[in-house]
Write a protein that binds this ligand. Structure first.
Ligand SMILES: *[C@@H]1O[C@H](CO)[C@@H](O)[C@H](O)[C@H]1NC(C)=O
Ligand SMILES: *[C@@H]1O[C@H](CO)[C@@H](O)[C@H](O)[C@H]1NC(C)=O
Length: 150
């Protein structure tokens, strides 16, 4: 299989695997494998509804495919194709995020994080792109969750 075909297969497989839970897309997990993704209150809908003025709680179970001492989380809201950074209270994912660093190749980890949905955010559809990077900036996981702020 070409890289593009295997990537397309992985994207399709992640949709199929996710049908009983939250819908998400794997947007390029290079040094990790996503096992499950959950957002509090978003278990049954194709669009995750983010209520203005509440917190979004994310849990991702993944397998690390390398040893890494550092992890850094970034979140973008993609609106009309344009990625805008979402302020993340805890960007160092080795702190208060359920991970015990360094991460080891082949081990399963549960990452948890909370971001406030500010009442100042516009009430629109947004693709939430959440990445966890290893020490060299490559993605341990990259997930996209179709969402709407209400
Ligand atoms: C997210 O977690 C916080 C703290 O655990 C809790 O107060 C909040 O209600 C949760 N948010 C949702 C949408 O469940
Ligand atoms: C990690 O989780 C996967 C899927 O749940 C499981 O198949 C695998 O055995 C686990 N690996 C370890 C090292 O626990």
């Amino acid at each position: 299989m070409t890289a593009v075909k295997s990537l397309a297969f992985l994207v399709l497989a992640s949709f199929v695997l996710a049908t009983r839970a939250l819908i998400f897309k794997d947007c390029g997990s290079v040094y990790g494998k996503v096992r499950s993704v959950a957002v509090t209150g978003c278990d049954t809908s194709n669009t995750c509804i983010l209520k203005s003025g509440t917190n979004l709680n994310l849990t991702v179970v993944f397998t690390s495919l390398e040893d890494t001492e550092k992890t850094k989380a970034t979140v973008h809201g993609i609106i009309g194709g344009v990625p805008l950074p979402f302020p993340l209270p805890q960007a160092d994912a080795c702190e208060n995020s359920g991970l015990i660093c360094p991460l080891s190749n082949g081990q399963n980890y549960t990452y948890t994080a909370t971001i406030p949905i500010s009442p100042a955010y516009p009430k629109i559809k947004v693709l939430v792109k959440w990445e966890l990077q290893e020490a060299h900036g490559k993605d341990l996981f990259c997930i996209e969750i179709p969402s709407a702020i209400l």
